[in-house]
Structure formats: structure tokens, C-alpha cells
Design a binder for this molecule. Structure first.
Ligand SMILES: Cc1cc2nc3c(=O)[nH]c(=O)nc-3n(C[C@H](O)[C@H](O)[C@H](O)COP(=O)(O)O)c2cc1C
Length: 209
């Protein structure tokens, strides 16, 4: 299958076969892939929560207005924006960079000041929007990787984020749920698997200059 065939194979799975589970090896691949997502300044201002516990999945289903693709999924992956992007977090980012690339911290002073300035100028609301945007980039990356790995997925925005935060104890961790994805294997009874993709013609979508 070429990449376009793989992307056509992918669809927003509405019903999973709850007997089929994603292996830990595949979850490890997904974790690596999500960690490799491009982010603004490389700051990775989010975390991904991985839920396989059925009791928690049931609670999340309720908070996602009863959508059964949550409870039948093998794993539910929640992207949560960090709500405490402060100087300590910037310091840890720059220190990590210095260590991994084996450069002096001193050489990164203006780079760090640049990030501090970028963050300082933003209101809390703007910072949350910035961090949330990075969650969506990671979600897109996740969906493509799942398609390549032949794992079914459904991106999910229809849910009560406050309730998710409560169920997953996110506030205490300075996190706020933004978007999530259900992962697993499609049920043979999912009629959505056989529907044609609804997309605009390419000539309506792109402007080439
Ligand atoms: C940000 C986002 C939120 C979504 N929320 C939901 C959702 O709450 N429930 C659902 O069944 N599908 C949801 N979807 C799936 C879309 O409806 C689906 O991707 C779209 O109709 C295109 O279909 P396809 O992905 O099967 O090609 C969401 C997709 C995205 C990208």
C-alpha cells in the first residue's frame, strides 16, 4: 500500500472490536512517534495520557456524551495542554537541549531570552491556546502513524473537557484536556468503514502559485 492508500484506509472509527487490543510494542511506537512531533520552539507544552483501564474508559465515555467508540476502544489517548508554562519549564527545556546537543548553557542565553519573551507576552488564555495548538499537531501526527501501522483511530473533540480533567486528575498536574483519540481495531459491524471519503476536489483545496 502506498501512503495515499494507507490514508484512504484510515477513517474515524465509530465502533471498535473490543476483543482486539493494541500491543504494548505498538503503544511504545506511538509514544515515540508522538514524542517526535514538531512543536513550537520544541517546547512540547503538553502531555499524552494513555488509558487502557476499562473503568476509566467507561467514565470517559459518559463525559464524551456516550459516544461508544470510547468504551469499545483498546486505548484512549488524551492530549492535555500544560497550564504552567513558566521560567522553570523554559529552563528545563534549554538545559535538556544543552545536554543532548552537548553545548554550553552560556551559548543559549539569547535563545532562552527569546523564548522567555515569547511566553511573557502572552496572557494565560493565549498560552493555553498556544499549547492546545501543539496538541492538535500531535494528534495529526498520531493519526498518520496509526494509518501507517494499520491501527484504527478516531480523533475526538466532542467531550466535556472539565469532566475529563476531573476523571484523570489533570488540574492537580497542571494540565487541561484538549482533544483525544480512540485507538483499536475496527468492528466488522462498523458501517462507517465502508463509506466513501467525503472530501472537496483538489482544485478547490489548493492554490498553486
Ligand atoms: C478535532 C476533531 C474532532 C473530532 N471529534 C469527533 C467526535 O467527537 N466524534 C466522532 O465520532 N468523530 C469526531 N471526529 C472525526 C471527524 O468527524 C472525521 O475525521 C471527519 O468526518 C472525516 O472523516 P474521516 O476521518 O473518516 O475521513 C473529529 C475529528 C477531528 C479532527
Amino acid at each position: 500500500m502506498d501512503i495515499i492508500e494507507k490514508l484512504k484506509w484510515r477513517y474515524a472509527t465509530k465502533l471498535f472490536d473490543s476483543n482486539k487490543k493494541i500491543s504494548q510494542k505498538q503503544i511504545d511506537t506511538i509514544k515515540e512517534a508522538v514524542n517526535l512531533t514538531a512543536t513550537s520552539y520544541g517546547m512540547q507544552p503538553f502531555k499524552m495520557i494513555i488509558v487502557s483501564n476499562q473503568e476509566i474508559k467507561e467514565k470517559l465515555t459518559e463525559a464524551a456524551f456516550g459516544q461508544i467508540n470510547v468504551s469499545t476502544a483498546s486505548h484512549v489517548l488524551i492530549f492535555a495542554a500544560k497550564t504552567n508554562i513558566d521560567n522553570d519549564y523554559i529552563d528545563s527545556h534549554v538545559e535538556n537541549l544543552a545536554q543532548i546537543r552537548n553545548v554550553e548553557l552560556n551559548s543559549l542565553v539569547s535563545y532562552k531570552a527569546n523564548i522567555q519573551n515569547f511566553i511573557k507576552k502572552k496572557s494565560l488564555e493565549q498560552l493555553l491556546k498556544w499549547a492546545s495548538d501543539q496538541c492538535y499537531i500531535a494528534l495529526g501526527n498520531l493519526l498518520t502513524v496509526c494509518a501507517i501501522e494499520k491501527i484504527d483511530a478516531c480523533p475526538m473533540g466532542g467531550f466535556d473537557a472539565e469532566k475529563f480533567d476531573e476523571i484523570l486528575y489533570l488540574k492537580e498536574k497542571n494540565l487541561h484536556s484538549v482533544v483525544f483519540a480512540n485507538l483499536g481495531y475496527r468492528s466488522e459491524d462498523d458501517k462507517y468503514a465502508k463509506l466513501n471519503k467525503v472530501r472537496r476536489p483538489l482544485n478547490e483545496m489548493f492554490i498553486e502559485l
